[in-house]
Write a protein that binds this ligand. Structure first.
Ligand code: APR
Ligand code: PHB
Length: 389
């Protein structure tokens, strides 16, 4: 098989890249190691920046998001027993949309199928090869038969644990990492959200977040120990702990119910530099990872593939390598700003095991400054809604 761009990974990054390239008339094939059902079964964050929604619109995939997504003009910070609203729209003129990553992935999958584009699911042993030459290729096995794709370029959209970054020789890559000493215990329930906007809570017992998927489906998180196991958190214990970390109004209005999904996720910040290795590019979680506190993961994958698809269009249409030569620096500039913001939100809102009284006071002072200063809340707002692409 031959294609112009071989994409590894059919998560939101790979699928969106595939649709963008298709819209530019650039042939591409996606190799995904899991089944479509497995990919859709992953529960992930669900907050889209306007730029991400615009990309979905650009490839004709935004209709359901506009129908079913919840547009938010503000967000609330809770600390010291009170809630404080940050008016994102007043500060930036922008909004954010709550629309599950699973739904984004499904919409992109359906669009790819409708366009008759090739996605090889259950592709085993995918390997990017010869990407430091002008003749890169990707090998894999399908139904135990070894296959190979000859291509012009490889796009590693295979996530944090993928094969693309792992295929780069160590001397050619530099990584930066911060592991957080806690995790997020998340629950999904068929209950109405406690508030029509998100609530991020800083509490002496630990962080909590109230979010949602729809007017009837809620998503809640509480910070937990990395030593915790899901079996130690029956629903009743989760709801009790969540209530202890929320303000009284939220406690009074919280509707609890049985969990339909419950999981613990570790938190980490990670960046690999550069994002290009000869004729292989990394995009999305294959290159970087952020704690979900700032809801930047999916949105960074979107800006990466926006830059990459533009660069490849320039290569094929204008016969210019300027875009592909500049891709890594351009993408990393936005990546690092989002990594900083996600680290800052995480540092401000969570209880760190070694945290003393002074640190706790500094967190509250930072939150108090945020909700009482137009400059400070504008800074938070422009990062939260998404810095320009
Ligand atoms: N071969 C083929 N496919 C692979 C391989 C491999 N060796 N390794 C991983 N994959 C697939 C995974 O099964 C997954 O479907 O690559 C895809 C990567 O998708 P994501 O991990 O979702 O990464 P990305 O598309 O960059 O999206 C980033 O997703 O994980 C969240 O929090 C993250 O919101 C962020 C967003
Ligand atoms: C979610 O809806 O799952 C979500 C929203 C915002 C975040 C993290 C997760 O910062």
């Amino acid at each position: 098989m031959r294609t112009k761009v071989a994409i590894i990974g059919a998560g939101p990054g790979g699928l969106l890249l595939g649709q963008l390239l298709h819209s530019y008339g650039i042939d591409n094939v996606i190799l995904e190691r899991q089944t479509p059902e497995y990919v859709l079964g992953r529960i992930r964050a669900g907050l889209l920046e306007e730029g991400t929604v615009a990309l979905l619109d650009q490839v004709g995939v935004g209709a359901r998001a506009h129908r079913e997504g919840l547009v938010h003009h503000g967000v609330e910070l809770a600390f010291g027993g009170a809630r404080h609203r940050i008016d994102l729209h007043a500060a930036t003129g922008k909004t954010v949309m709550i629309y599950g990553q699973t739904e984004v992935t499904l919409d992109l999958m359906n669009a790819r199928k409708a366009a008759g584009l090739t996605t090889v699911y259950e592709a085993a042993g995918v390997k990017p090869l010869d990407f430091d030459t002008d003749h890169p290729r990707v090998s894999y096995a399908k139904d135990s038969v070894t296959q190979e794709i000859a291509c012009d370029f490889i796009a590693g959209c295979d996530g944090f644990h993928g094969v693309s970054r792992a295929s780069v020789k160590p001397s050619a890559i530099k990584t930066f990492e911060r592991i957080y000493p806690f995790g997020w215990l998340g629950i999904l329930s068929e209950t109405p959200p406690v508030s029509h906007e998100l609530i991020y809570s800083n509490h002496a017992r630990g962080f909590a977040l109230c979010t949602m998927r729809s007017p009837t489906r809620s998503r809640y998180y509480v910070q937990c120990s990395l030593d915790d196991h899901i079996d130690q958190w029956p629903d009743e214990r989760f709801w009790d702990e969540l209530k202890r970390r929320l303000d009284q109004k939220a406690v009074d209005e919280l509707v609890t119910g049985p969990s339909i999904e419950k999981s613990i996720a570790p938190l980490g910040s990670f960046v690999a530099e550069p994002m290009r290795f000869g004729r292989m590019f990394l995009a999305g979680d294959a290159s970087h990872r952020v704690p979900p506190t700032g809801a930047k993961g999916l949105n960074l994958a979107a800006s990466d593939v926006h830059y990459l698809s533009q660069a490849l269009r320039e290569y094929y249409d204008e016969k210019s390598a300027a875009g592909i030569d500049g891709y890594s620096a351009r993408a990393l500039t936005r990546v690092w700003k989002a990594v900083r913001f996600s680290w800052w939100m995480t540092s401000m809102l969570h209880k760190f095991p070694d945290q003393g009284e002074f640190d706790a006071r500094i967190q509250v002072a930072e939150l108090d400054y945020l909700v009482s200063s137009k400059a400070a809340s504008t800074s938070l707002s422009e990062n939260y809604v998404g810095l320009p692409f």
